[in-house]
Design a protein around this ligand. Structure first.
Ligand SMILES: [Zn+2]
Ligand SMILES: [Zn+2]
Length: 554
């Protein structure tokens, strides 16, 4: 009997975590990828810029990869593209806006003229190998977000991407519920759906709500208005710009990523800026304060962002002036709460009026709450269901919702990154795992920083470092000069002269000990120094700095 054809769905990122979304869809010896995103580093990943998915599995099947399909232009869906395309150069399919943002990235990485970018629109369908791919409009916190249906010989896979159901979107482009219903009617084999907001009951509010709150704030503001939000939230920017225009204010953009998005989005026709509304910061400085709106990034309290610098009096061009109204139009991503509240405190101290989510309807989420998730499940009624884009408890909760609407428990799969989900016309199952994980990017280094480097960075960050330098005569095994001790981040040396003197003596004693015992291996001498000095410092200070003995040989 011929082997039954199988569809394999292999999330390499975005399962058990929020971020670095990437899923391989494999049929026979053909693979398409859905999204290719990055994740921002966790607090303990000291010095790391971004985190990208481990694509070992794809490199092992490099010849089979036919293309990358993008649901939308958020970093957690496109951010790893330059790194992946450098190794697997295949066409990328996405909306005009998503590809506009991708272009900027490819340019930075000198890859722009090497990669084929194919613009797609909602309801476009086309064939890639054995896959008939279809894009379907959804609502989200960036324009032109799309779900992706992949029709295969064994059935249809539907990936919702990030979505919400906004019935009154800013651009009038409503989520394509009729198409979802039609797909459901025809039958969907597997659905993967966004779990980010599954813990929230009810419905996520329409983006339009934010416009009303903006209006209220603009009416009351006597002086300058500063709005911080995600650069990619083009609809939010549009609302800010439109209301500024209504209130006869000019808009200036602060921060590179915000300026980039405003430029790309207005060039591509996603952002409509009335003539003369957009001005630069110099001009803004000359106009009366009640004529000005500043648009800035930094709604997450990111240390290097414009808003943080402004709040810390560290921005070259913008200071807080008492009477400013600052709107923080975003919710802190879990983990960023502290950063954001510190910024809010700081802004208040400088005399600004700060409006943030905890006290007003100044932000709505781009992700679906429980009732929207149930609606999507009910429209599609998939045979098999895989909750994605969420930490473990969220996947669990989403699975519960699927049970509630009548999908049998055995047809719902909760997995981790690297899990292979296998489907035929008859059955679905979890079928083994492939390599998956995190690759850390630091500066130009991709993957060279691993656990050992991070452990060192952690130790350095906690108790600092002592460098012990000693010059020795290799032949006679004798100390010629030193030891000298240099330290950073351990103690304030000028106030610890006695301690440092004692430390030097400890090193001398350790070296003498080596001499009398006839130990002449550099490695053994170093480890003696490290042990004895470490013990001494711990006794004296209860600290464990990194100790780095250097022996200069004469
Ligand atoms: Zn998104
Ligand atoms: Zn996302």
């Amino acid at each position: 009997m011929a082997k039954e054809p199988k569809l394999a769905v292999i999330p390499l990122g975005g399962l058990g975590e929020i971020g670095k979304n990437i899923t391989a869809v494999r049929f026979g010896e053909n693979i398409v990828l859905i999204d290719c995103g990055l994740m921002f580093p966790e607090e303990e990943m000291l010095g790391i810029d971004i985190v990208i998915p481990d694509i070992t599995y794809l490199l092992e099947h490099k010849e089979e990869v036919l293309g990358i399909l993008l649901t939308h232009g958020h970093e957690d869906h496109i951010g790893a593209l330059p790194y992946v395309l450098r190794q697997i150069n295949v066409p990328v399919y996405g909306s005009k806006l998503a590809l506009g943002l991708v272009q900027g990235k490819l340019k930075e990485h000198n890859l722009l003229d090497q990669v084929k970018l194919q613009t797609v629109k909602p309801r476009d369908t086309f064939q890639i190998g054995p896959f008939k791919v279809e894009f379907i409009r959804v609502s989200h916190s960036i324009p032109d977000a799309m779900a992706i249906a992949i029709h295969t010989p064994v059935g249809t896979l539907l990936h919702t991407g990030d979505f919400k159901i906004d019935q009154t979107p800013i651009d009038g482009e409503v989520i394509d519920l009729p198409r979802f219903a039609a797909l459901g009617e025809k039958g969907v084999l597997v659905m993967m759906s966004d779990s980010t907001n599954v813990e929230r009951p009810g419905y996520t509010m329409s983006e339009r709500v934010v416009g009303n709150s903006f209006d209220e704030t603009f009416r009351q503001a006597q002086e300058r208005i500063i709005i911080a939000t995600f650069a990619s939230n083009v609809h939010r920017l549009q609302q800010a710009i439109s209301i500024a225009y209504e209130y006869d204010r000019h808009v200036a953009v602060v921060g590179r990523s915000m300026a980039n998005v405003v430029q790309v989005a207005s060039e591509l026709g996603y952002l409509h800026i009335p003539e003369g509304t957009l001005i630069d910061l110099d001009e803004a400085a000359r106009l009366p304060k009640n004529k000005i709106v500043l648009l800035t990034t930094g709604s997450q309290g990111e240390p290097m962002s414009a808003l943080t610098r402004i709040a810390m009096n560290d921005h070259r061009q913008v200071d807080i002036i008492p009477g400013d109204t600052v709107i923080i139009s975003a919710t802190p991503i879990p983990g960023n709460e502290k950063l954001v509240t510190r910024i809010i405190d700081q802004l208040f101290k400088l005399g600004a009026k700060v409006i943030y989510e905890a006290v007003s309807g100044i932000h709505v989420s781009g992700h679906p709450s429980q009732e929207e998730l149930k609606l999507m499940l009910n429209l599609i009624r998939p045979k098999f269901f895989i909750p994605v884009h969420g930490e473990y408890r969220m996947l669990k909760k989403h699975a519960e919702l699927a049970r509630e609407i009548g999908i049998p428990a055995e047809n719902i799969f909760i997995g981790e990154n690297g899990q292979v989900f296998e489907f035929t016309r008859r059955y679905g199952r979890m079928a083994g795992r492939v390599t998956s994980g995190k690759v850390l990017v630091d500066g130009l280094g991709v993957g060279d920083v691993g656990n050992i480097v991070l452990r060192d960075r952690k130790q350095l960050s906690q108790d600092g470092i002592l460098i012990v330098v000693v010059t020795m005569d290799k032949q006679k095994n004798q100390v010629l000069a030193g030891p000298d001790i240099v330290s950073r981040g351990f103690v304030y040396v000028r106030e610890s002269e006695i301690l440092m003197e004692e430390a030097k003596n400890k090193v001398k004693v350790a070296l003498d000990k080596c001499c009398t015992r006839g130990i002449s291996e550099w490695a053994a001498i170093k480890s003696q120094v490290r042990d004895d000095l470490g013990k001494f410092l711990y006794e004296k200070t209860r600290r464990r700095p990194m100790i780095l003995p250097i022996i200069m040989e004469v």
